[in-house]
Design a protein around this ligand. Structure first.
Ligand code: FAD
Length: 307
């Protein structure tokens, strides 16, 4: 369960006390504020705060004193121009603060994105909950034979049952020992301190859940989403990126449409790729041997041009 009834009540309380403000407000973001979007079996993403909206991107680009926005069409055209030409700083004027609950092995991939501000739940100070990510059977796949960093076919029923049993058993055994280590260890229960939490936690598996607040500007968030909402990203981080995409689509719809057009749905071609494409458009039969590309580059190029 991602949230307890008490946590749900705290969120409802926050949402029940709106205030008026002079700041830019995005109606799409307001509907997400504080609410948790469930991800995986115990995880979630919650929007805690945001700064700016589509208009703020245009205001920054035009360095305006007032609203700085023109017609909606005009603004959308400007946002698309900025995205198309990699004018990134106006997008940095918008920010998003999220509360994320995620397995530790996902957090290790996520934290590689250095252009964000992070504050993580302290397992030195607090006791971690007995919550582990246990995949659904349909998400348990064999090692891919083509891609060393990917998955192949889904495991058969018998094999997946065996794997799931091991994952559950190992996690709970490790947690039992963690609990025992941090507990009063004296035979009479006379109040002797157990092992420090900062040490006992080293026993816990990488599928235990952690939590953090994560704040990032829109330019770097788009960079994160392009890498992590991509089919090459591991499923367990991709589902978080997909949830964030939903929020961003509502928060800054015009910027998100430009991101979908030029980043998520767009491609980058190498100089050789552009040359080959031009030759192909001129009716020439181009092969890998005549392309000037390696076999792998050629496969990737073919995937782009749909050959
Ligand atoms: C599919 C996939 C597979 C991966 N596999 C591996 C792997 O096997 N091993 C591994 O270690 N990592 C792996 N990574 C992580 C990857 O190499 C990056 O560390 C991660 O995606 C963060 O990207 P970033 O550095 O561009 O992001 P950010 O840290 O958010 O940085 C954004 C941009 O800011 C600039 N920047 C930030 N900090 C600096 C700096 N100190 N100096 C110069 N420029 C900076 C760069 O232009 C950077 O692109 C993988 C990532 C993906 C998506």
């Amino acid at each position: 369960m991602p949230l307890t009834p008490e946590q749900d009540a705290e969120i409802a309380d926050l949402r029940a006390t709106p205030r008026s403000t002079l700041r830019a407000v995005s109606d799409g973001a307001e509907k997400h504020l504080y609410r948790a979007m469930p991800v995986l079996d115990h995880g979630f993403v919650r929007m805690i705060d945001y700064m700016g909206d589509d208009a703020a991107i245009c205001q920054a680009a035009r360095v305006s004193y007032g609203r700085g926005t023109k017609s909606v069409q005009n603004d959308e055209g400007l946002i698309r121009y900025l995205m198309r030409h990699w004018h990134s700083t106006p997008f940095e004027m918008c920010e998003l603060k999220l509360h994320v609950k995620l397995p530790v092995f996902v957090a290790r991939q996520w934290i590689r994105h250095r252009t964000a501000n992070v504050n993580e739940y302290s397992a030195r100070y607090s006791i971690l909950d007995r919550e582990f990510y246990i995949p659904r059977p349909e998400d348990l796949a064999a090692q891919s034979s083509q891609n060393n960093q990917g998955r192949g076919d889904v495991l058969g029923a018998e094999e997946s049952a065996r794997v799931l049993d091991w994952l559950r058993e190992d996690a709970h055994r490790a947690y039992d020992h963690y609990e025992a280590m941090i507990s009063d260890t004296s035979p009479d229960g006379g109040g002797q301190q157990g092992l420090a939490r900062e040490l006992a936690r080293m026993n816990l598996p990488a599928n235990i859940y952690t939590q953090w607040y994560w704040k990032v500007d829109l330019h770097n968030l788009f960079h994160f989403l392009r890498l992590r909402a991509d089919p090459h990203a591991q499923y367990e981080i991709r589902v978080y990126a997909d949830a964030i995409c939903e929020m961003v689509r509502d928060w800054v719809p015009a910027a998100y449409r430009a991101f979908e057009e030029y980043r998520l749905g767009g491609v980058t071609l190498s100089a050789s790729g552009v040359k080959c494409l031009r030759r192909m458009l001129a009716g020439e039969e181009v092969t890998q041997e005549t392309s000037g590309m390696s076999a792998r580059e050629w496969r990737e190029f073919e995937a782009i041009v749909g050959k």
